[in-house]
Each structure stands twice: as C-alpha cells, then as structure tokens.
Design a protein around this ligand. Structure first.
Ligand SMILES: Cc1ncc(COP(=O)(O)O)c(C=O)c1O
Length: 541
C-alpha cells in the first residue's frame, strides 16, 4: 500500500484525495490498477472509513477511478492510457547527481532485452527448455521445505543454510573433486551476485582485472563498475592463452576453464598450472566460473582449478542456472578460508541471505539424489539435442560451417569462415524475419581490435577474418522440413554472412529429423505450442 501519512498526523479527505490523485497520475497502481479497499486504507492510515469514502467519491466524480459496489476501486482505463503517454513522452531532463559507481554504470551498463516472442526457433543463449525442469521433484522439495515448522521466523546465516552448504560440500566433492570446508561455501543469488561480491571485495578504481577475450560480458560489467580496468587476454580453441599472462599485473583473473564462454574451449592442464602460477606470483585471485560444467560430452574431466590449487588463490563459482533454472537465482561460491567472514559480511549487507525456502528445497534435492539424477537426465537430453543440431547444420551448410565448443556445455558456436562480418546485422535481421533467433559472438569481445580489425592475432580472429565469398549463390533451394532450410533460403539474397553465431543447445524445435516421434516430440510441442507448421512436415501424428 502506498505511503501517505504526513508528519502533520492524520489526513483529511482532501489530502487523501490529492495524494491518491498524484499516485494515480504517476502510475503507481500497476497493471491491474486496483486501489486498496476503503476499509483497508482507513485502517492503514488511522482515519475513519467515511474519510476515505469521501476521497474515493471525489476521485470517481472526476473520472480518475471506477467504483463498483462490493469491489475495490480501480483506476479508470482512460487515465491509465493518458498516464502511460505522459510517462513516455516527457522524460525528465533533470541531471541526476550520481556516485562515481553510478556514473560508470550509466556510461557502460549491461543491456537487458525482452526475449523475442513468436519465433519458430530461438537460439538465445542462457535460456533453458522448460520441459527439462524437474517439476515434480522441485514441487515435492518446496512443499517439504514449507511444511517443516521452523522454531521461529528469523534471519539465517548470510552464508546460506547449513543444510544446503553441507549438501553442496558433498556434491562438489563427488562431481568436481573439490574438497572444501562447509564454512568456505557461500550461497548467493546466482553467479552474478558472487561476481558482484568479488568485485566489491577485491577491486578498487584504478586496479586491473584479466578478462578472457571474447568473454562473459556480465562479469566484465560487474568488475568495470568498480572503476577497475579490463585487461583482455585472447582466447583460442583451448580457452585462455595463459602464457600471455606473463608480464601482466592484475588483482584478479576471471576465467571459464571448463567450457570457455563463448568459444567453448576446455583449458588444458598445462595452461591451468600456468594460470595458477601467475596468480601466486602476482598475489592475485583467479575467479573460476564453472557455470555449465555439468554438461560434459566427449571429453575426459580435467580437475577444476580449485581442485588443483586448493583455495588460496582460487574463488570457485557455481550455479544452478544451467541445471535447474536461471529464474531460481541460486549460486554458490567456494572462497579462501581467510576471506570467508568478509564474504559473509558483504552478503549480509546486500540482502541478509538468499531466500530460505529455495535453499532448503535445493538441499532436499541434493540429499535425496534427485538433483544428481536430474543432471544426468538433462545431460543425456542435451547430448541428443546437440547431435541433432550439429547434423542439421552440417546437412544444410556442409563444409561452410565449422562448429566449435561442442565438447561441453549448453551452447556451441557455428563459424561461417568465408563470409564477411559486416553482414552480421543483416543476417540476424533476415533470420529473425523468418522466425529464427540467432546471436552473434562479436558482441562478446572486450577488445575492439580483436572484434573487428585485421591486425588481430588471436586464433579466433585469424579464423574468422572475412574472405571473399559467393556462398549465397550456392545454397540449396530445395524445401525440407527444418529450420535450417528457412535459414538458408534467407541467405539466397544476401551477399555475405555472419562470422559466427552462438547457439543455445537447449533449443530443440525444428531440428528433429522427419518422422521423429514419441516422448521428444511431446516435449517439443509443449515448449513451442506456436509452431504447428512443423507437425505435418515432420510427419508427427
Ligand atoms: C559465463 C557464465 N557464467 C555464469 C552464468 C550464470 O549466471 P547466474 O548464475 O547469475 O544465472 C552464465 C549464464 O548465462 C554464464 O554465461
């Protein structure tokens, strides 16, 4: 309920009317436009109900609200429309004075875009298939957490529930060979909050941090907001070129060694040791983001940096965003013993702790084995999807496409080596017009020189440097029932294409071969209820 009391004490009907009118005009009352009932508002404000009724009657008489006997008053539709127009047409010209943190964010802020709707197939990175979510197991675990009667409703340990941290300790040991104490684990609201805490605790304005290039832009934004400067280090098919760290002084290095984001390399053991030696010599921290390590396909496991080094120079970061859902906002850090209380303090001033019901539910799933079997199932499904996707890409594009990063993780990168980068935007738009969402890798480069210049020396750039191409003319026009066909038809009228697209492996629609039936098809139609055209084409019943 909106705050309306004044220092002057109780309000009269006139003041209530004015306050409500201003709030209505500022669109305080949300999409449904419902105001509180006169009884609730009178109670809240400590005035007689008749005082509120008079204010409501006046607002109704002036057309601000609509009232109906027995129902809560509602903002009049015309007022909502007018207010919306006003809000969009008159941006404030007042120059807000911000902190230097705020100013840096204003100048270089991460962007959030609405997921596109109505696409036949959307390869947007970071989204999972809803059909993979273990609804029953999660529901059972949440119900158990809610019915467990707590002794009191009280704040919990900022590092997270002891039960969850104990369960995570076991999980990290059996799945990632990480040995740590329970009190080194800090439960956070997704990896993102873990990155934010690291940035606040370890970086100052003027410091330097190492970023993989290309790399995860949310990490770069988070560290750069402190005023520290990114030192981009090029990535090749094996991940970060660790030997390039020699001579670089920085406070921390952010890396994704299990499956480099976005190019997908798995950092070899020699480079891991080189990186750890660099951290020791520079008294720096390595932030090991193990965001999708659960998905390993044809590669032998390489121990995480944390397992190689112990925790003195490594901060390990895990998440359930790739196994359960990014909407849960649950992640965890394994921090050096000496930093543990600082991480706890930072988490406490941020939000006290991560919501407990979800923590307890995750603990239940980990303890019962439901989480591990869910991960095994999700890994199997995504391996199948990957095989289907890769064979569809090869079938359609032949040797014009080169696929990388398929050994692990939930996405892969498709390179179209012979096609100029300047056509990237046009290709994305053309694909989108045909209902296909594809996303470029170029936006993930830190250093402009690696992103576009011919002088770049990184492996990625050498591979994608534009070459002359007349590929458009040679694509097949034959119709066949999958999305790659739509895609290639688009290419018919384009003179050049994108160098690389990142493809979320969880996107399954329209890449099933004809006649693909049964369980997977049911999953398909549930995920994409709006793509009936593929049914007859695929021969589904
Ligand atoms: C490199 C990387 N790290 C971490 C995450 C997950 O972040 P969070 O746990 O905040 O959802 C992602 C998600 O897309 C990612 O790409």
């Amino acid at each position: 309920m909106p705050q309306m009391k004044t220092n002057a004490g109780r309000m009269g009907a006139r003041q209530i009317y004015e306050a409500l009118r201003d709030q209505i005009m500022s669109l305080v009352y949300g999409a449904d436009g419902l105001l509180p009932s006169s009884r609730a508002l009178a109670n809240e404000m400590g005035v007689a109900r008749s005082t509120v009724t008079i204010a409501y009657e006046q607002l109704a008489a002036e057309g601000f609200i609509e009232t109906r006997h027995g129902a809560r008053p509602r903002v009049a539709r015309a007022v909502v429309e007018r207010g919306r127009l006003r809000a969009t047409s008159r941006p404030s010209t007042r120059k807000v004075r911000l902190s230097s943190f705020g100013e840096r964010l204003r100048q270089d802020s991460p962007r959030w875009t609405e997921p596109p709707r109505g696409l036949i197939a959307n390869f947007r990175y970071g989204e999972l298939s809803p059909s993979d979510f273990p609804v029953l197991a999660w529901k059972k675990a949440v119900t158990a957490a809610m019915t467990r009667k707590p002794e009191r409703l009280a704040y919990d340990d900022p590092c997270g529930s002891l039960r969850l941290r104990t369960a995570l300790q076991g999980y990290l040991w059996r799945s990632r060979s990480i040995r740590c104490d329970v009190d080194q684990i800090v439960v956070v609201n997704g990896s993102q909050q873990g990155l934010d805490i690291c940035a606040r605790l370890l970086l100052d304005a003027g410091d330097r941090f190492v970023m993989e290039d290309p790399g995860y832009q949310m990490a770069r934004h988070t560290f750069a907001a402190t005023g520290a400067a990114a030192v981009p280090v090029a990535v090749d098919a094996d991940g970060l070129q660790a030997e390039r760290l020699d001579g670089i002084a920085a406070r921390l290095a952010y890396v994704t060694p299990s499956h480099q984001y976005p190019l997908g390399g798995v950092l070899p053991i020699g480079r891991r040791h080189h990186l750890l030696a660099w951290a020791r010599n520079n008294d720096a921290y390595v932030i090991e983001d193990d965001y999708d390590s659960e998905y390993r396909y044809d590669t032998k496991p390489i121990p995480p940096l944390h397992a190689l080094e112990g925790s003195d120079h490594v901060i390990y970061l895990g998440t359930v965003s790739k196994t359960l859902s990014p909407t849960l906002r649950i992640g965890y850090l394994v921090v050096p013993q000496g930093l543990r209380s600082l991480f706890a303090a930072a988490k406490q001033i941020m939000d006290r702790h991560t919501p407990l019901i979800e923590q307890e539910a995750l603990a239940t799933m980990l303890e019962s084995g439901a989480y591990d079997s869910h991960v095994r199932r999700a890994r199997r499904r995504n391996a199948e999807r990957q095989t289907t996707l890769i064979s569809a890409l090869h079938r359609r594009f032949g040797d014009r496409v080169r696929i990388e990063g398929a050994a692990a993780g939930l996405h892969l990168v498709a390179w179209f080596d012979g096609l100029p980068q300047k056509r990237e935007d046009a290709l994305i738009k053309a694909a989108s017009a045909r209902g296909i969402g594809i996303y470029p890798v170029s936006a993930l480069f830190v250093s402009p020189s690696l992103r576009g210049s011919r002088s770049a020396s990184s492996w990625a750039m050498r591979r994608w440097r534009p070459r002359k191409s007349n590929a458009a003319a040679s694509f097949s026009r034959r119709r066949s029932p999958n999305w790659t066909d739509n895609f290639s038809q688009n290419w018919q009228f384009m003179t050049g294409q994108i160098p690389a697209i990142s493809i979320a492996r969880t996107e399954t629609c329209h890449v099933y071969p004809p006649g693909f039936q049964g369980r997977r098809y049911r999953e398909h139609s549930r995920d994409h209820p709006r793509c009936p055209p593929c049914e007859p084409r695929h021969g589904h019943q």
